[in-house]
Design a protein around this ligand. Structure first.
Ligand SMILES: Nc1ncnc2c1ncn2[C@@H]1O[C@H](COP(=O)(O)OP(=O)(O)OP(=O)(O)O)[C@@H](O)[C@H]1O
Length: 270
């Protein structure tokens, strides 16, 4: 079995100077006449969970798609580890260490947990060898253990899993590419209270593992529980940056609703 399983600490590669892993500056994106993003800044460090909030149409998904390489900005800069980069497509994002879990999760219901985790990146001893099923099951179990996620078995078909477990499998799948930055689009939408708590614990685990996490959600309570920083978008612009531990909910809601004038994050004034 040709398996080199070493999933545990590989994400923990923070910059020596503690600068951001990901730094988007003055990113603008238009769709025809609609300016979805106007000079937006977003910065994410290792071991940091940044929540991206805003009302419907605020530009959250557009920003997530830019970071994921699904669409390209019209202007602005993106830096990884302080180096300017382009993210031309999703494969390019993976190469740069950025993975995204979109809301639809893109799981195959009929396939097992392990098969989903390695879908499209199946382990083989060599190019023409059959799939290394045992190796993929072992590695999947290891990844899930590292995430402190419990599923009945790595052989269980995904259709038999709860919503929280499905989210966990989708996240585990991204870890096979050893990302440093993970974007989670509405990971707790449509989950029960218990499942939501499980997913939030999973996000905390990702932070412990050293990833920089961007989490998009409409649920402020969830975000305040798990995020370090909350970045508000409104009408495609930065509209406030809050310390999740100390900011009052009404302050954040005020920024989401537009009770304050647009504020660039303090860290963006350079
Ligand atoms: N492909 C597109 N073509 C045209 N307009 C678009 C496209 N994608 C997004 N937009 C517009 O850009 C703006 C920002 O949309 P976006 O989906 O990024 O917001 P959002 O904050 O994710 O909203 P929601 O919470 O409802 O998902 C909206 O006005 C939206 O209609």
């Amino acid at each position: 079995m040709a398996l080199d399983v070493e999933w545990t600490t590989t994400q923990d590669r923070p910059r020596a100077d503690n600068g951001p892993l990901l730094d988007l500056r003055r990113v603008t994106k238009r769709f025809g006449a609609v300016e979805a993003l106007t000079e937006v800044d977003l910065r994410v460090h290792a071991h940091e969970v940044v929540a991206l909030v805003g009302d419907n149409g605020a530009g959250k998904s557009t920003l997530a798609k830019i970071v994921s390489g699904v669409i390209q900005p019209d202007s602005g800069t993106i830096e990884i580890d302080g180096e300017p980069v382009a993210i031309p497509n999703p494969a390019g994002a993976h190469v740069l260490g950025i993975s995204t879990v979109f809301q639809d999760l893109a799981l195959c219901e009929n396939l097992s947990v392990a098969a989903n985790i390695f879908l499209g990146r199946e382990l083989r001893a060599s190019k023409h060898s059959p799939m290394d099923i045992d190796g993929m099951e072992l590695a999947s179990a290891q990844i899930l253990r590292d995430l402190t996620v419990t599923v009945p078995s790595v052989r269980t078909p995904v259709r038999e899993l709860s919503g929280g477990q499905r989210q966990a499998v989708a996240i585990a799948r991204t870890l096979t590419t050893r990302p440093r930055i993970l974007v989670l689009d509405e990971p707790t939408a449509a989950l029960s209270v218990v499942q939501t708590a499980e997913v939030l614990m999973l996000v905390e685990r990702l932070r412990e593992m050293g990833l920089g996490v961007v989490i998009i959600s409409h649920n402020l309570a969830d975000l305040r529980a798990v995020a370090d920083r909350i970045e508000v978008l409104r009408h495609g612009r930065n509209n406030g940056s809050f310390d999740a531990g100390t900011a009052a909910p009404e302050e954040i809601i005020g920024a989401i609703a537009g009770a304050t004038r647009p504020i660039r994050p303090a860290w963006a004034t350079r």
